[in-house]
Design a protein around this ligand. Structure first.
Ligand code: ADP
Length: 513
C-alpha cells in the first residue's frame, strides 16, 4: 500500500469519487500537519507534507511507530496521550503545547495546537488515531516577546527613581505604580487594579481627569509645571506641588494606556514662596524705613528752623544786655550765657545744614577770595573762644586766590580746628599748613591728640558717626565732619584724615585752583 494515499473505494459513484479526490488533495496540501497512526502498535500510516516539514523528516518515516520516528519524545507526554485516545476513544485537544523536536541534531522547541481523534471501523472498533496539528511557534514566541517587553517596561516603571505609573484604558485603571508614585499620592499598593476616579475622588474637581481624557483621546503628551494638587492623606487634606508628564502609550495606532511621570517639587516651591515672601517683607520694611527716615529728616529740618528763630532773638537781647553793663557778677553770667547760646546756635545751624544736604539744597555762594586770608580769619574766630590754645600757621601759598564760599570754607576750618582742640588732651600745639601745587591748594590741620583707629577713619565722615569710647567724655553730634566733607566735595576738592592712635591726627583738604 502506498502510504501517501488513502485507499479509495473505486466502486463508488463518480460524484463521490470526485469529492474523495478533492479531500485527498486537501489533506496533502493542507498547510498544517495531519497524520494517522494505526493498529495496536500505532504505526504511522499517513502524513502530509506539512508534517514532514515540521518534523524535518522524509517519507521513510511512514510505517514506523511514533517513538521510532521521534525517540526524543520518550519522556514527553505525547506517546502516552496517543495511546490513551486509542484505548478510550476520547478526543484530546490542547493549545500552545510545547514539544521538542531534534532538527540537525539540535533540539528545537515548537509550540502547537493539536487534536488526537480516534478513527473507528463501521462497527465502532478503534483502528487508529487521526492527529491534526497547527504550528503556532511563531505566534507564541512573538506573544512572549510582547509580554517580556511589557514586563521589562513595567520593571523600568517600578524601578524608576521618579514617580511613574501606568493607567490603562478609557476608565484609567491603575495598572502599575512604583513606590515613588504611591508615596507622592499618599496611597498603598492596594490601589493597583482600581479606577483612578475611585482611588482619587478628591482630584476629580482639579482637572486631572480632563487632562487624562484629553491625552487618551488625542494621543498628545501633556506637561504640567509646579501644579498644586490637593490630596487626602490619612483623612487630612494636603497640598503637594508636582511637575508631571502624561504620556500616551500606543497599541496599533490607538492609545491603550497613559504613562504618568511625576516629580514632587513641593519643598522647592515652598522654599521659593518663602524667599519671595521674605523679599516682599524686606521691601516693605525698607519702604517703611525709608518713610521713617524721610519723616525724621523732615522733623530735623522743621525743628532746626523753629529753634533758629527764638535763638536769634535771645542772641539779640543778650547783646543789648552785654552793652548795658549790669555790673558783676551779672556781666560774667551774661558772657557765659552768650557763649552757651553761640554753641547752641552752632548746633542748630549744623542740623539745618544736614537737612539741607539730605534734600540736596546746600547752596554755595562763591566769590573770588584769598585762601590764606580765609584760613587766618577762621583761626582768629576759633582762638577768640579758645584764647589759651597755641595754633601755629605755616603758609607756602600766600597769593592763591580762588572762587569759593568763604563762609562755608571757614565753617570747615573752624570744625577741623575745634575738633583738633577737643580731641587733644591738654593744650598741645596745633599746626595748620597751607601749600599748593599747579592744580590745587592743600590745607592741613595737625594735632597731637588721641588719634583715630583705622576702623573709624572712613566712618567719621558719615552722618552721626562718633568713636564710641568718647561719647560720654566729649560732647558732639557726629555731624561736623559729614558737613565738612560735603562742602569740600561741592568745591570739587577732597577731605581726608591721616592719623595714628595716641599720636595725633592730620585732617587735610584740597581745593582746585
Ligand atoms: P563731633 O566732634 O561732634 O562728634 P565730628 O563729625 O566733627 O563730630 O567728628 C566725628 C568723630 O570723629 C568725633 O566724634 C571723633 O570721634 C572723631 N574725630 C574728629 N576729629 C578728631 C580729631 N582731631 N582727633 C580724634 N578724633 C577726631
Amino acid at each position: 500500500m502506498d502510504y501517501h494515499k488513502i485507499e479509495m473505494n473505486t466502486n463508488k459513484e463518480p460524484g463521490i469519487l470526485a469529492i474523495e479526490g478533492i479531500l485527498q488533495t486537501a489533506l496533502i496540501s493542507a498547510p498544517f500537519p495531519i497524520l494517522v497512526f494505526e493498529g495496536v502498535e500505532m504505526k504511522l500510516t499517513y502524513c502530509n507534507d506539512a508534517l514532514l516539514e515540521v518534523w524535518a523528516k522524509d517519507r521513510s518515516i511512514v510505517g514506523k511507530t511514533f517513538l521510532e520516528i521521534l525517540p526524543e519524545q520518550k519522556d514527553q507526554p505525547f506517546p502516552e496521550l496517543l495511546r490513551r485516545v486509542f484505548r478510550t476513544g476520547t478526543t484530546h485537544t490542547d493549545t500552545e503545547a510545547l514539544a521538542y523536536v531534534v532538527k540537525d541534531g539540535i533540539p528545537v522547541a515548537i509550540y502547537f495546537d493539536y487534536s488526537y481523534t480516534a478513527i473507528r471501523n463501521p462497527d465502532g472498533t478503534i483502528t487508529g488515531v487521526l492527529v491534526i496539528c497547527r504550528d503556532v511557534t511563531q505566534q507564541v514566541t512573538s506573544k512572549r516577546k510582547v509580554l517580556e517587553s511589557e514586563a521589562r517596561f513595567r520593571n523600568t516603571v517600578l524601578q524608576a527613581p521618579v514617580a511613574m505609573a501606568i493607567v490603562k484604558g478609557p476608565e484609567f485603571i491603575i495598572e502599575t505604580a512604583n513606590k515613588e508614585s504611591l508615596q507622592l499620592w499618599s496611597r498603598t499598593a492596594e490601589i493597583i487594579g482600581r479606577r483612578v476616579t475611585d482611588v482619587f475622588p478628591e482630584i476629580q474637581k482639579q482637572g486631572f481627569l480632563n487632562i487624562l481624557t484629553y491625552v487618551y483621546s488625542n494621543g498628545e503628551v501633556y506637561h504640567g509645571n509646579e501644579v498644586p494638587v490637593e490630596l487626602m492623606d490619612n483623612g487630612q487634606r494636603i497640598t503637594v506641588y508636582i511637575n508631571f508628564v502624561f504620556h500616551p502609550i500606543f497599541e496599533e495606532d490607538r492609545v491603550s494606556s497613559i504613562m504618568t511621570v511625576g516629580y514632587n517639587v513641593t519643598e522647592l516651591v515652598k522654599a521659593r514662596k518663602k524667599a519671595e515672601e521674605s523679599e516682599a517683607a524686606a521691601i516693605e520694611a525698607k519702604t517703611g524705613l525709608e518713610a521713617a527716615l524721610a519723616k525724621k529728616d523732615e522733623f530735623l529740618s522743621l525743628a532746626s528752623h523753629e529753634l533758629k528763630t527764638p535763638l536769634t532773638s535771645i542772641s539779640g537781647y543778650l547783646q543789648v544786655m552785654e552793652r548795658s553793663n549790669v555790673g558783676e557778677p551779672g556781666n560774667t553770667f551774661i558772657r557765659k550765657t552768650v557763649q552757651q547760646v553761640k554753641k547752641l546756635s552752632n548746633l542748630v545751624s549744623d542740623l539745618l545744614d544736614v537737612s539741607k544736604i539730605e534734600a540736596g539744597k546746600l547752596q554755595l555762594s562763591r566769590i573770588q577770595a584769598n585762601v590764606r586770608a580765609v584760613i587766618e580769619e577762621s583761626i582768629e574766630l576759633t582762638t577768640h573762644s579758645n584764647p589759651e590754645q597755641a595754633i601755629v600757621f605755616i603758609s607756602t601759598a600766600d597769593d592763591v586766590s580762588i572762587e569759593l564760599d568763604v563762609h562755608r570754607i571757614e565753617q570747615v576750618m573752624m570744625n577741623l580746628i575745634s575738633n583738633a582742640i577737643k580731641y587733644t588732651p591738654g593744650k598741645a600745639q596745633i599746626e595748620i599748613r597751607l601749600s599748593r601745587d599747579d592744580r590745587q591748594v592743600k590745607i592741613e590741620v595737625q594735632d597731637q591728640g588721641i588719634g583715630i583707629a583705622k576702623d573709624h577713619r572712613a566712618k567719621i565722615f558719615t552722618k552721626f558717626h562718633r568713636v564710641d569710647e568718647l561719647n560720654p567724655v566729649i560732647s558732639g553730634l557726629g555731624i561736623g565732619l559729614y558737613i565738612s566733607k560735603q562742602i569740600i566735595e561741592r568745591h570739587a576738592g577732597r577731605l581726608w584724615v591721616e592719623s595714628e592712635p595716641g599720636k595725633g591726627s592730620c585732617f587735610c583738604f584740597t581745593l582746585p585752583i
